[in-house]
Design a protein. Sequence first.
Length: 94
Amino acid sequence: MFRKLWKNLVRLYAEYGQVSTIVEWPVYTPYWEQPMVRNTIKNYGMLTFDNPGTNGLPRGSGPESRLYLRKPWRIATNVPEVGPLLTEDAPCFE
């Protein structure tokens, strides 16, 4: 499924030029190492931003509801203004 979806993204770029794209996956997913992903990021000038994981899932309810579980993410995008917004820190429970 992943390969089919990614090939369709590349096809969209080929047919319509660069469309606004944001890819968000966990930092440690093997998708980031896939040659087709690396080539797309490089060929289309996408920027990557790492989120240290503070925008993850809420810790619980009550006083801890404002704390988040650490879940590091990486964002690749051709919309540079989005990166800093998606990587802002929030209070985190470690």
